[in-house]
Design a protein around this ligand. Structure first.
Ligand code: SF4
Length: 249
C-alpha cells in the first residue's frame, strides 16, 4: 500500500476532456494527459485490500494493487512489468475496457473507486515512451500456429503464442488487421495509430499477417490450414448481434 491515508486525502480525479472546439478540429482522443504527480496521487487512493475485489472483477486478473503501489512511487517501469504479466495489450484495455475492476473496487462502497483504467493507460504509455515494449526474443519452438481472425482475441492469441516462440500466422478476411479494434472503435476512443504501434511490435516479433484471406467456404479451408500448421486458433468473432429473446432488449 503506497500511502495508508491516500484514500482519505485525495478525491478521485480522472483526466479532463480536451476542449470541444479543439476536438472538433481533429477528432483525436478526447482526454487531456495527466501529469505523473496527478497519476501517482490517484494511485495513492488504493487501499491494498486484503481481498482485492478489483482483481476478481478484472477478467485478466490484472495485479492491480501491485501496480497501483508502484505508480504511487512513480516506478512506472516496474509497474509495466506487473501489468504486462497478465495483459497483452494494456494500451487497448486502458482506453476501451468498461472497467469492471472499478465497479468491483472496494473503495467504491463508501467513495468513488480508484481510477484503475486510467492508471493502466498511463503505465503502458510510459512503457512505450521509454522503449520498454519490445519485440519478443523467444527461442523458436518449431511449432506453427494459424490464427483465424485478427480482432482483439485473435491478436491476443497471436501475441501470446509468439511470446513463447511459436511461429504464428494470422488470417484476416478484411483488407486490414484489427477487426473490431479497427472497424468498430471510433478514433476519439482509440486512435488507429495505437493499433498500428502494437502491430509493428508483433510484426517485429515474427508474427505474419495475411489480409483479404477468408477461411472457409470462399477461401482457404480449415482442413488446408490444419495441413500446414500444428494448431489452428479460431478467433472469428461474429458479424451479427447476439440474439437475446427478451422483449425490449
Ligand atoms: S479493490 Fe480498489 S482499493 Fe482495493 S486493492 Fe483493488 S483498486 Fe485498491
Amino acid at each position: 500500500m503506497g500511502k495508508p491515508t491516500g484514500f482519505l486525502e485525495t478525491p478521485r480525479r480522472g483526466p479532463a476532456y480536451r476542449p470541444v472546439a479543439v476536438r472538433l478540429r481533429d477528432w483525436r482522443e478526447v482526454y487531456e494527459a495527466q501529469d505523473d504527480e496527478q497519476v501517482a496521487a490517484q494511485a495513492s487512493r488504493c487501499m491494498d485490500c486484503g481481498i482485492p475485489f478489483c482483481m476478481q472483477g478484472c477478467p485478466l486478473g490484472n495485479r492491480i494493487p501491485a501496480f497501483n503501489d508502484l505508480v504511487y512511487r512513480t516506478r512506472f517501469e516496474h509497474a509495466a512489468r506487473q501489468l504486462l504479466a497478465t495483459n497483452n495489450f494494456p494500451e487497448f484495455t486502458g482506453r476501451l475496457c468498461p472497467a469492471p475492476c472499478e465497479s468491483a473496487c472496494v473503495l467504491g462502497i463508501a467513495d468513488e473507486p480508484v481510477t484503475i483504467e486510467r492508471i493502466e493507460y498511463e503505465i503502458i504509455e510510459h512503457a512505450f515512451a521509454a522503449g520498454l515494449v519490445r519485440p519478443s526474443e523467444a527461442v523458436a519452438s518449431g511449432f506453427r500456429v494459424a490464427v483465424v481472425g485478427s480482432g482483439p482475441s485473435g491478436l491476443a492469441a497471436a501475441a501470446q503464442l509468439s511470446s513463447v516462440g511459436h511461429h504464428v500466422e494470422v488470417f484476416e478476411r478484411a483488407d486490414a488487421i484489427g477487426g473490431l479494434l479497427r472497424y468498430g472503435i471510433p478514433e476519439f476512443k482509440m486512435e488507429k495509430a495505437v493499433l498500428e504501434r502494437r502491430l509493428e511490435v508483433m510484426r517485429a516479433s515474427g508474427v505474419v499477417f495475411h489480409t483479404s484471406r477468408p477461411i472457409g467456404a470462399t477461401g482457404t479451408t480449415l482442413g488446408e490450414l490444419q495441413e500446414h500448421f500444428d494448431a489452428v486458433v479460431l478467433a472469428i468473432g461474429s458479424t451479427v448481434p447476439r440474439l437475446i429473446d427478451v422483449p425490449g432488449a
